[in-house]
Ligand binder design. Structure first.
Ligand code: SAH
Length: 453
């Protein structure tokens, strides 16, 4: 049956695309339909056709999905922060499990791979320990602070966020007062003018310590004392900083950060290890799930106390220090200098001495250490950003021939690509454990155990 543009069809949605749209088939022809959800039976109007797939407009929900629920957040539909808050949480977890399995089979060539049930949250709300709110103006000149709308840079006022920390409401209010009372300008993205660009907040999950960082389009914040006066009364506030970003860019943080009140960092704990977190460093954003993730990585590493371990993409040494409790020696590799400074002070803070760190690109540092010093590893842990590992790095890992590789991934597609490489080079995947770090979004984190054949 040919699918014709502007015609109407009925179909059932059985998948979700990367942008949150519903996906289903009309007689084997794939259709993408915005606002349709897995389980919905719908009437669709075809608006665009390509050779193998098309796009449709949701005309009518004939039978609503049994997995449709009321999103607690009133702006969930508009806001770009959550994509699937209206999707039953248990079904979200099942969807993520299927997604990992499908991608590993399709891209990684791992036929019939066993994927463990996703580790979900008991209470999947208010989990984020970090928030970045853009600051701008509406067309009447009123200050707007909130989140970006989906696929746009329109700011949606966010009074209360259901996945963030409630303290953010207080912080937003105080910063707004500071802006209005002192006539401070806010950033206009198109014109690249105005001062306040973003408010970044971090909260320690166990310690409750609080950091507020204003990202500004100048080197100095005017009426700095007025801001401090507003914020210093918030309980547990430990750090107020200003980050300068003069570029016309979507990247939120600039290179220079100055502490204007209190400490340069806040402290938090994962398990028994304490961490200092500075405004610019990477730190996992869901603390309860991070502990589950790291415990899984530790379990997969199977350490007895005798092992030499490399932790590649180590950030502020989070996994490094976690593993060091059970290993003979752990080496961390990380590109960001500030993160390594934090890692060193975290080692000191916890009196952990069996760790060493290298600054640089993993795909350069590891190959050259291997060539020059013939470094060895019993276990290698990698936790790369979304783009996954460089082939030069994978090549060196395979040459070092560790018994185990633990791969922590935030993108199943690049994970699958890299697993294929391990599969072709003498390794086999023995555990796949997704962890739901980001409830109500489409992201999924996975911890994988790869073992030498
Ligand atoms: N394992 C840490 C951090 C993981 S995030 C944790 O769980 O907290 C990925 C880290 O990789 C970031 O800190 C980023 O700065 C770093 N990174 C990105 N590209 C890199 C590269 N080419 N070489 C080394 N580190 C890199």
């Amino acid at each position: 049956m040919e699918i014709i543009k502007n015609e109407y069809y009925t179909m059932t949605i059985d998948d979700i695309g990367d942008g949150g749209e519903g996906i289903g088939k009309i007689n084997g022809y794939t259709m993408f339909v915005k606002d349709a959800l897995i389980g919905d039976e719908i009437k669709v109007k075809v608006i665009k056709t390509k050779k193998n797939y098309g796009f449709g407009k949701l005309e009518e929900i004939i039978t609503p999905s049994p997995y449709r629920t009321e999103a607690p957040c009133p702006i969930a539909e508009k806001c770009g922060g959550c994509q699937i808050q209206h999707f039953d949480y248990k079904r979200q977890l099942q969807f993520k499990e299927e997604k990992v399995k499908n991608v590993l089979e399709r891209i990684g060539g791992l036929k019939d791979i066993k994927v463990n049930e996703v580790m979900g949250m008991e209470d999947p709300y208010y989990y984020r320990n970090k928030a970045q709110f853009p600051v701008g103006k509406d067309k009447d000149g009123n200050i707007k602070i909130g989140y970006y709308a989906a696929r746009s840079h329109n700011i949606i006022e966010t009074e209360k966020c259901y996945i963030g920390d409630p303290i953010n409401e207080v912080i937003i209010q105080k910063v707004k007062e500071y802006i209005v009372e002192n006539n401070i300008s806010v950033y206009n993205e198109e014109k690249h003018e105005g001062l306040i660009r973003h408010i970044l907040t971090r909260v320690g999950y166990h310690t409750k310590e609080l950091m507020v960082c204003l990202v500004i389009n100048e080197r100095k914040l005017p009426k700095q004392d007025a801001l401090i006066k507003k914020l210093e009364t918030i309980p547990n506030i430990k750090s107020i900083c200003v980050n300068t970003n003069l570029e016309k860019t979507n990247v939120i943080l600039g290179k220079k950060t100055k502490t204007i009140w209190g400490q340069d960092y806040i402290t938090d704990k994962i398990g028994d290890v304490s961490y200092k977190i500075s405004p610019v460093s990477f730190y996992q954003i869901n603390p309860t799930q991070t502990e589950k993730l790291y415990n899984t990585a530790l379990e997969y590493a199977g350490l007895t106390g005798e092992e030499t371990v490399w932790d590649i993409y180590c950030g502020i040494g989070t996994i490094t220090l976690f593993l060091a409790q059970k290993a003979k020696k752990v080496y961390g590799v990380e590109i960001a200098e500030q993160a390594i400074r934090d890692a060193l002070s975290n080692a000191e803070l916890n009196e952990i001495e069996n760790v060493e760190f290298y600054v640089g690109k993993a795909e350069e540092v590891l190959p050259s250490l291997y060539e020059e010093q013939n470094i060895k590893a019993d276990v290698i842990v990698v936790d790369p950003p979304r783009k996954g590992c460089d082939e030069e790095l994978l090549d060196t890992i395979v040459k070092m021939a560790p018994k185990k590789v633990v791969y922590v991934s935030c993108d199943p597609a690049t994970l699958a690509r890299d697993l294929k490489y391990f599969g072709e080079n003498g390794y086999t995947v023995s555990q796949v454990q997704p962890v739901d770090m980001f409830p109500h979004t489409l992201h999924v984190e996975t911890c994988i155990l790869i073992e030498k054949k």
